[in-house]
Design a protein around this ligand. Sequence first.
Ligand code: ADP
Ligand code: MG
Length: 414
Amino acid sequence: MITLIKTLLINITILFSLTYNANVLFPFKVKSMLRVKHKITYGLIGAFGAFLCMLYPIETLGATHFDLRMIAILIVTLYAGLLSGTMVLTLVLIYRLILDGPYVIIGIIVSILAFVVAVAFRKVFLASSAKLIWALMIFIVYFSIYFVSIYIYVPILNTEFYFIYFSVFCLTFISMIYIIEHLIRTNKQIEEMMYLDKLNMAGQMAASIAHEIRNPLATVRGFIQHLSDESEDQQLKKYSPLILAELDRTNKIITDYLNVAKPGTFHLTTIHLENVLQDCVELLRPFASYSNVAISYHPSGKHWITGDEQHLKQAIMNVIKNGIEAIEVKGEVHIETKEIMSSNRIMVTISDNGKGMTHEEMKKIGLPFYTTKSKGTGLGSMVTNKIIREMDGMIEYESEENKGTKVKISFPMM
Ligand code: ADP
Ligand code: MG
């Protein structure tokens, strides 16, 4: 019994410590598209974990090898995907073949089954918000197959050991998923905090200089207008509209910036979301058709949220406008709403089939002054993010280069 507990603890410690190490190397993220570099790292760490588990098997009943390597296969395949899962599986299979013995075939079959089960459940698992329940389901499915396989192929019956082994298997598997989810949430909070810190700094800087710039700007604008009205100078008449337009643009940048700095101008009311979306669409339709872009929006249902209507319009219009601007020749911006019953939120999805973004570009969205447009300010997304946050909303970008971008914004429903 003592050796059993000792080896169990060794297996569990191996798995948990490697999970933390993987998170230190590449912090776990929500549904992020993993790059090959990350996949290989996760695969290597998982393979190493599975290998260590096999080096210290929990129990060797006769020539069997019971250890927790399947958890490494399941978790790595579920979270990191086929490539990483295959890496873990391959190493497990090779080492199992080296270990050899009469049960090598069944050892290989149950390892492959862990991989197959994880692949089969991967999509629903990642999409679900009730991860622990799915983890339990995955365990039950795998356990049933596993149990039947050993029941048929392994004649040794030691009920007490099987009971302990499968209970620990289940507990370890579910706690690992719990910990990974927890790490994902913590990482996200840290990222948000860093982002808010940057916003704060941008805000303070803006507040301190905006007024100083705006006043002389207004004076200059007034004089230019006055001069061009009064003067006979053709040059002045010709260029003054340009000067005025540029001055207005400067003023707009300052206003946008101040919007980030000023926190207290929110008037919370109950907003009919579909009406706001419809208004935004109507307001942007001329701009869209000028850019050869169709906006498709078919309001469905009535949803009420709390927030500031004017600010919300500004935020939504920023996103739609970015969608339109991302389309180079001709395309469509599609808007739809969907209720998320599990969290009682309403999600607005704004997708375009424009030029999309790379992984690197996506990370920079919302940072002050990040823009790739010659006439952009790089403030739109920052203001949008701030407004949405202030309404308890969440915003998420998904994008693929040359395919398009999907912006998902969700708010608590009333
Ligand atoms: P601006 O629109 O003034 O450039 P934003 O903060 O609104 O500033 O956007 C920042 C950058 O993010 C844009 O310049 C663009 O490169 C990128 N971006 C935002 N939305 C999209 C989108 N829907 N498709 C492609 N790129 C986008
Ligand atoms: Mg913009």
